[in-house]
Write a protein that binds this ligand. Sequence first.
Ligand code: T5A
Length: 220
Amino acid sequence: MSDLGHNSANADYPGFFLTVEGGEGAGKTTSIEFISTWLKERNIDFIQTREPGGTPFAERIRELLLAPGDEKVADMTELLLMFAARAQHIESVIKPALAAGKLVLSDRFTDASFAYQGAGRGLSLKALSTLESLVQGELRPDMTLLLDLPVEVGMARASGRGELDRIEQEKTDFFVRVRQGYLARADDEPQRFEIVDASQSIENVQVAIAEVLGKRVNHG
Ligand code: T5A
């Protein structure tokens, strides 16, 4: 496959690592379907995956993480399980696909840990950076699409989906911190992030996504 425009820091992995992030109800699922069609139309070889999860074992960790239950899950337990699932996902799925020159489209990655466990739960960002290096080495996304929208709008959309998982049951101020956490990450790494205003209509969000993909992913 020809060069998709990957980051030279991921020198061992010639594919392109594209992650999609956002708070609750930001429309990640809807946008990922759109991105997947965009890639297919351009004959770009890609895999679609998600976090937490993406392998059978990591999906079992996901179930543990999201199931509501009576026992309070300690913040550090939540963080370490996110990274345990990620370690499995990276070794079994992400690295092999990138090494084969494929584009990896992941619904969430480590920015979610910085936003939810860091900004949301208040865990140390330094500890998070240490885990990031330990688990990922040099591997970082080539591009991160952040679907940003006011928390009330996202929560209103998400509330139409039925039963809430353990993390979705958090209060509004938690999600306000999550949003701020994502925006702070984007501010720190403007070369990696593309922020799209996800409060627009689905059609307008898709126009904006197509524009950034056209700019960032080599497809000709
Ligand atoms: N998590 C994850 C961490 O805490 N740390 C980590 O390190 C990681 C990796 C699971 C949870 O895990 C946490 C974060 C999460 O709480 P998830 O499965 O990605 O992560 O969970 P959700 O955020 O709940 O993702 P969803 O896929 O369920 O929601 P989406 O994709 O954001 O929303 P979507 O596309 O389903 O849209 C919601 C509704 O809005 C409508 C859609 O039709 C749908 O009904 N919609 C729009 N309506 C109007 N205008 C638009 N532009 C719209 N776009 C979508």
